[in-house]
Design a protein around this ligand. Structure first.
Ligand code: GRG
Length: 289
């Protein structure tokens, strides 16, 4: 078993138990607690909390409940973004993580409020776990108007807009803000919390940038690779839905090539760090190459 798999197998259940316990025990109203838990516990990969914890691991830090609380705070924020992204006013999706989306299951107002409640609770867990204004600053910048929400805004405004379909700079920026910023923040929060040296901080930040950029390409490719291999053809949902992303811009082969280049750069960025676990994250991408 690789160091990454071992780490993943060890910490995913710990993250899941923390989330389940505290989403039930710490929320007064049982119904809103149930609605929030429904989406959080629907079986995500826990990529961002695992990235936070494995970055700490690469810095030689011992992981205790405080660190798990920070990691879980990131997952709450991620889940809020998914619930809101699925709403009728945004992507209007019926399924997420293999289950009905929050608004389909509970109603639209309930889904909006569940997302609204997960966002500040996530920030609260990060603040309480870390006791660090620096970490709160990193996460809030990453998810605000110059980060994830800004990217989502660009995204909704570019859907069915042919004028950006060939605009690589716009697409890169939109994807980076929407997906990359939260991934980068997960690594950089650990770098600060784990007292990385200046040199280590730069290497980890470079790694996070490559990894975050690669993740969006991967996420778009997963759909296509799975559906097109099944159907034996290369049509894909994003194109049909009028989306503009790296995949619709470059097509499948060039997107794979770009992903391969990014993985190589991300591996290079880790040189000189004790990063066997972090490097293992890059194996995730093999699925679509
Ligand atoms: C609504 C403010 C707001 C933001 C939405 C995250 C996001 C921004 C939109 C979701 C759509 C999407 C595919 C975005 C790219 C980010 C991404 C790859 C999300 C899925 O994350 P995974 O693969 O999902 O980590 P799981 O379910 O495993 O957690």
């Amino acid at each position: 078993m690789t160091a990454f798999k071992y780490f993943q197998n060890e910490w995913t259940p710990v993250i899941n138990e923390y989330l389940e316990k505290h989403l039930t025990a710490d929320i007064d109203d049982q119904k809103i607690s149930q609605i929030m838990s429904y989406s959080v516990m629907a079986g995500g990969k826990r990529l961002r909390p695992l990235l936070f914890l494995s970055t700490l691991n690469s810095l030689g830090k011992v992981i205790t409940e405080k660190e798990v609380k920070i990691a879980c705070g990131i997952e709450l924020i991620h889940t809020y973004s998914l619930i809101h992204d699925d709403l009728p006013a945004m992507d209007n999706d019926d399924y997420r993580r293999g289950k009905l989306t929050s608004h389909k299951k509970w109603g639209e107002a309930e889904a909006i409020l569940a997302g609204d409640a997960l966002l500040p609770l996530g920030i609260q867990w990060i603040a309480e776990g870390s006791q660090s204004a620096a970490l709160v600053e990193i996460i809030t910048k990453a998810i605000g108007p110059n980060g994830m929400v800004g990217g989502q805004y660009l995204d909704i405004n570019s859907t069915n807009n042919d004028s950006v379909a060939e605009d690589a700079e716009f697409i890169n920026r939109m994807e980076w803000l929407k997906t990359g910023c939260l991934i980068q923040a997960s690594v950089n929060m650990a770098a600060i919390y784990g007292e990385a040296s200046q040199v280590e901080q730069v290497k980890l930040d470079d790694f996070a940038k490559m990894f975050g950029r690669a993740y969006q390409i991967y996420d778009d490719l997963v759909d296509v690779v799975e559906t097109s291999e099944e159907a034996g053809k290369a049509t894909h949902k994003d194109q049909e839905e009028g989306k503009n992303n790296t995949l619709t811009l470059l097509g499948i082969d060039k997107s794979r090539k770009e992903l391969t280049d990014l993985i190589k750069q991300a591996k290079d960025d880790l040189n000189g760090l004790n990063s066997e676990v972090l490097a293992g994250f890059l194996d995730l991408y093999k699925k679509v190459l």
